[in-house]
Ligand binder design. Structure first.
Ligand SMILES: [Zn+2]
Length: 163
């Protein structure tokens, strides 16, 4: 018999297709695993325009099939995924990879906008930790990243803004 913990463990090895240093569990999109007559995995997609979502569903299905399980994958769209759901471990992995993790509470569902208006929106440099940073371009190497630059160490870096 398969346990829920085993399923979570396998899912923790499914990399995010765009940023393979974090898993789909780190990303916070796997909301629920239930093991009964069949294994059901409930996934909340990131934002609806993200091309990675269908790839993620496919990867989850493939990972469990490799374990001899044919999962039922359910999609739950409410409440919507926000970058706040990225786990602490996922944030550490992003930083280690040179990508600034999303600032807490700055998901695109509103609070970020408020902070931007207040002028307090700062992203810490993943290399030196300085908050003397600036946005270079809203669009980075993928639609989910913005290009930023650190004024302290002069290094460019990516900011993970959505998915
Ligand atoms: Zn820096």
């Amino acid at each position: 018999m398969v346990t829920e913990a085993q399923v979570w463990g396998w899912l923790a090895e499914v990399p995010d297709p765009e940023i393979p240093v974090i898993s789909v569990v780190d990303l916070g999109i796997v909301r629920e695993v239930s093991v009964g007559e069949e294994v059901t995995v409930t996934v909340t997609p990131t934002y609806s325009g993200c091309p990675a979502t269908s790839v993620i569903t496919f990867e989850i299905d493939a990972a469990l099939r490799r374990q001899g399980i044919t999962p039922r994958i359910e999609t739950r769209i409410a409440p919507p995924w926000t970058t706040d759901w990225i786990t602490a471990e996922g944030r550490d992995k992003l930083r280690a990879y040179g990508i600034a993790p999303p600032v807490d509470g700055t998901a695109p569902t509103g609070r970020r906008v408020a902070r931007m208006v207040g002028g307090n929106f700062t992203v810490a440099c993943p290399r030196c930790g300085s908050t003397e940073t600036e946005e270079v371009s809203r669009f980075g190497s993928t639609p989910c990243k913005a290009a930023w630059r650190c004024k302290s160490c002069a290094e460019p870096f990516d900011y993970f803004k959505c998915h």
